[in-house]
Design a protein around this ligand. Structure first.
Ligand code: PGA
Length: 255
């Protein structure tokens, strides 16, 4: 198994004007110009991607899209393609965030089409999975995640997801101020890793990293990141504040 560098991703969701996004990117670049022990990636809204990419260009801080449509071009008003994300400077993209699934009706089949687009273009996909509170209470968590992974990754095999990222984000923890406990997170991450290898037959040599997301804050990130099964975090709200995002990155450096 190849080593898995801790990965911290800031998902800015629908926040930040272009000037604010650029200021934040500039501050991050100044702080993390030569860090080799943690990988930092930010996912600004589409409108800021190109401007931010110019700031990140010669730095180790990576750029991610939050979403895209699976066709490469054409009459799809309001959408952007994966080629456009790449053209704007993205090396990563989120796919299947629970807000996309619940608010915009994204199915596992749609997610799978997007996964193949990212694959074809060599963009690192961050595939989000996770259960709702109702599903957890009904003890369906593992079934839900298994379905999301098997359908979302359908048609990929062997080493093909090398360097990809799975983000476990329990829906009940996102933006809730309540994170899953380190024990809950470890149990699910272990399940995901096993399922990738034994259930879906991916090679154990792949470097796929498994992140946790859902109310990650400076006061819980250290504890979560110290778990052996946790390869990084996907941070929403706390990534909008420079100090708290840096505190989380620093806890990844110390983990
Ligand atoms: P949160 O969001 O950190 O604000 O809970 C996480 C996410 O949705 O990726």
């Amino acid at each position: 198994m190849i080593s898995r560098l801790p990965l911290v991703i800031g998902n800015w969701k629908m926040n930040m004007q272009v000037s604010q996004a650029c200021d934040m990117a500039q501050s991050l670049v100044s702080n993390y110009s030569a860090t080799e022990d943690v990988e930092v990636v930010i996912a600004p809204p589409h409108t800021s991607l190109y401007s931010v990419s110019q700031i990140l260009k010669d730095s180790p801080v990576g750029l991610a899209g939050q979403n895209f449509y699976y066709e490469s071009n054409g009459a799809f008003t309001g959408e952007v393609s994966i080629d456009m994300l790449k053209d704007a400077g993205c090396g990563f993209t989120l796919i299947g965030h629970s807000e996309r699934r619940s608010m915009f009706g994204e199915s596992d089949e749609t997610i799978n089409k997007k996964v193949h687009c990212a694959m074809d273009l060599g963009i690192t996909a961050v595939i989000c999975v996770g259960e709702t509170l109702m599903e957890r209470e009904a003890e369906l968590t593992l079934d839900v995640i298994e379905t999301q992974l098997s359908k979302g990754l359908a048609g990929l095999s062997g080493d093909s997801i090398s360097n990809w990222v799975i983000a476990y984000e329990p829906v009940w923890a996102i933006g809730a101020g309540v994170n899953a406990t380190p024990e809950q997170v470890s149990e699910i991450h272990k399940f995901i890793r096993n399922y990738l290898f034994q259930g879906l037959g991916f090679s154990e040599r792949i470097g796929a990293r498994i992140l946790y997301g859902g109310s990650v804050k400076p006061d819980n990130s250290g504890q979560l990141l110290r778990e052996k099964e946790v390869d990084g975090v996907l941070v929403g709200g706390a990534s909008l504040d420079f100090e708290s995002f840096c505190a989380i990155i620093n806890s990844a450096l110390e983990s």
